[in-house]
Each structure stands twice: as C-alpha cells, then as structure tokens.
Design a protein around this ligand. Structure first.
Ligand SMILES: [Zn+2]
Length: 410
C-alpha cells in the first residue's frame, strides 16, 4: 500500500511518462485523443506536448479531419524516435552483445563479442565499454542524444544495489558492482537487470500487448530462465530470485552438479545443454543406433540438439527417454507456476522452441493435468523469438527513460 503522496516533480514525471508511453504503444494521435486516453485535461496535455516538442521528443505530424462538423481538424503528434538513443550491453556465458536502440526499440547498431567462460570482470567490462563507445562514435550517435546504458547479465542480479551477485560463470567475480563500473567508464547513467528479465521487458515493449496483465516468460537457451509480470510490472521477488525456475531441485540424491553450485536442479535435466550432454554420454552403435547412424563421423562438440531431437522423433528409444524426461520435468514445474500464479499467458523463448518436434511434445504435455480454468492460459512461442538479444539491454534503458517521463535522474 502506498502511504506517501507525490510531490509536483513526481506528478510531472508521471504525466509525461503516461504521454510518452501512450504514444509509444498506440502510435501518433491528436492532443484531444491523448487527453482522453491518459485522462488529463486538454490544457495539461497541451503544456506537456509543447514541452516535449521543444525538447525534440515529439514532432507534429499531418493534420486530420475529425468529427462530424465540417472543417474540424486536428494535428497529430508522434514520438520522435530518433531524438534519443540508448546503448546496451548484454553479458552471457562466453559472449556479450553490444547494441544501441532508438526510442521505438529499433536497432541503431549491434555487435557480438566473444568472451572466455568466467571472463575476468574488470578487464572485460573495460573492453566492452570501450568497444561500445567506439561503435557509438562510428555510427555517429551524438553524446547528447544518448540517454544511458542498459546492462543485462545472466545470473542473480541485485538491481537495487546495482550488483551482480552471481553470474554463474559469465564473469569471474561474484558480488561485482557492474552498473557502477559501467557508469564510471562511460560517464553515462546505467540501469542493470538480469538477462532473462531484460528479454521479457523487450518482449513486452515490442508487443505493446496490454491484454495480458500477467505473463510468464520462459527462456530455454543454454539453461532455463524465466520472468514473471504482474499488472504489467516485472516481479523480482524478495531477493531477486523470482522465477529462477531452472534451479528448482528435482532430483533429491545423486543429481548432476548445476552452475548455481547445487545439484539436481531442473536445469541439469531439462535444459537444452543437459539434453545434449545426456545424449552424447550414451551415444553408441548399440545404445542409440539411430543417432549413431546419423552422426557416426561427428565429433561430440559438433553434435547438435536438432540432431538429437530428430533421433528421438525417429524412435531412438534411449534418446527419446532423455527428451521425454526433460519435457516432463519442465512442464510439471510450469504447471506448478500456473496453479500458483494463474498467469494469462506463457511466452516461450529460445532456440529449443524452434524445433517443431520438441514444441509439439512440450505443448501436448502442457495440456495434460490442467483443469479447464487453469487450462485457459495461452501458451505461445514469442513472435520475436531469438530477435530480442540484439536490443534487450538498450530497451531496458529506454523503458527507464519512459518511466522517468523523459526527465533524467538527478
Ligand atoms: Zn541450479
């Protein structure tokens, strides 16, 4: 419950934020319609729009005829998306993505940088920020246009204290003050978030979908990550571990060690890398004849997940068992989520869901054991699958800018 009032500065931010978000989500509109949509008086809207035009954030578009009375005309206003841009750094295991996005989420530039596993934190962050600023210069992004840097990283993030607590082998240091470090090196404001939450935020930003107030975003790529939204806001949980679904313990004794330091986590059985590892471990002419015939001259490190799933589809019994177990444990855990949260939608993200055999197995399992009310949840593959990595970190900063009503933090 909110027990504090808002001072004038915050009211100004909130009103400007509502105008900016409305224009982002619904496109160009007239001042009159904007006033109706955000429920502010026409005079207040006129003042906000005039300020935003002066700051370059809005432009006036074409004049449209409206209403029944002949000659009634309204000028459209729209976001000037290229007025500002945000830079982004997304750090995963073995690689980082550097990017810049405009205020509408379109990409100004994008580059992938390879990193070693457990990359030395200070050195790596210095190298990445240096390259990021070089790219900004190469693409002629003027300093005064850059609103800041969004930093997304795998693992347990403490967004309040702006520290990465545990990056699960992406960086070599725990409790690392990542945001502060990037801020110091770039001289720009920085906002930090967990990588899966940043992808989910980018998904919501791009989809402009206000029909699903609660969504569960499930990402299966290297491991298994997830993020939850309640009333359109991302929920992080008491200690930033909300939706760390990959680390739900599913094997009580003798489970495989997990990147988080425990053993027997869901991720050690149901993640794409676990399925791959388990299949490769038993690959032989007798145990897995179909896979063996498909791949007998292939080195272990070149065995693809798609080939393993194809062997399962073609009836390679032991491989099919590995896949079945993975699908079963993942979908069972998700059903717990459905009965706990009752979300409107589950969004699937990651290379794994591009495999039609896996996706159909997954969806079929999800239909089992849900009553008709719980079963109403929409489950769909993200329409932006595999496309959000190149913009998610930047969108994090754009979102923050909208939240602040386009007025920088003091
Ligand atoms: Zn774990």
């Amino acid at each position: 419950m909110k027990l504090e009032g808002d001072n004038m500065a915050n009211v100004k931010r909130t009103n400007r934020s509502a105008v900016l978000r409305n224009l982002h989500e619904n496109g160009s509109t007239s001042r009159k319609r904007l006033s109706e949509a955000v429920k502010l008086t026409p005079a207040t809207i006129s003042k906000i729009v005039a300020d935003l035009i002066e700051e370059g954030l809005l432009t006036t578009g074409p004049v449209i005829e409206t209403g029944k009375s002949v000659g009634r005309r309204e000028v459209l206003v729209e976001l000037n998306a290229h007025a500002r841009c945000a830079l982004g750094i997304l750090i995963n295991i073995g690689e980082a993505r550097l990017s810049a996005v405009w205020l509408d989420g379109s990409t100004a530039f994008y580059e992938t940088v390879s990193l070693p596993r457990k990359a030395p934190a200070d050195e790596t962050v210095e190298m990445l920020t240096k390259r990021l600023m070089e790219l900004a210069e190469e693409h002629h992004l003027e300093r005064e246009k850059i609103i800041g840097v969004g930093v997304a990283i795998r693992g347990i993030t403490d967004t309040k204290n702006r520290v990465i607590r545990h990056s699960f082998s992406a960086l070599d240091q725990e409790e690392y003050p990542l945001a502060e470090r990037v801020e110091m090196l770039t001289g720009l404001p920085v906002i930090m978030e967990n990588n899966v939450r940043s992808l989910f935020l980018a998904q919501m930003f791009e989809a402009r979908d206000k029909s699903s107030k609660s969504q569960y975003f499930l990402r299966c790529e290297y491991g298994i990550g997830a993020s939850l939204s309640l009333d359109d806001k991302i929920w992080r949980g008491e200690t930033g571990r909300c939706s760390e679904i990959g680390h739900v313990p599913v094997i009580r004794r003798g489970g495989k060690p997990c990147a988080c330091g425990k053993s027997g986590c869901l991720e050690t059985i149901a993640s794409p890398s676990a399925i791959r590892e388990d299949a490769i471990a038993i690959m032989s002419p007798t145990e897995t004849p179909v896979l063996w015939n498909m791949l007998k001259h292939t080195k272990d490190e070149e065995v693809s997940l798609d080939a393993i799933l194809e062997a399962a589809r073609c009836g390679d019994e032991k491989i099919a068992q590995i896949v079945d177990r993975a699908v079963n444990l993942l979908t069972s855990t998700l059903k717990t989520v459905i009965y706990t949260i009752n979300p409107a939608k589950i969004v699937l993200y990651g290379q794994l869901f591009e495999n039609s055999f896996y996706l159909s197995r997954f969806l079929a399992e999800m239909e089992e054991g849900l009553d008709s009310e719980a079963g109403r949840v929409t489950i769909e593959k993200s329409p932006y699958n595999l496309m959000l990595e190149k913009k998610a970190a930047g969108i994090l900063m754009v979102e923050h800018f909208y939240e602040l009503g386009g007025i920088p933090d003091e």
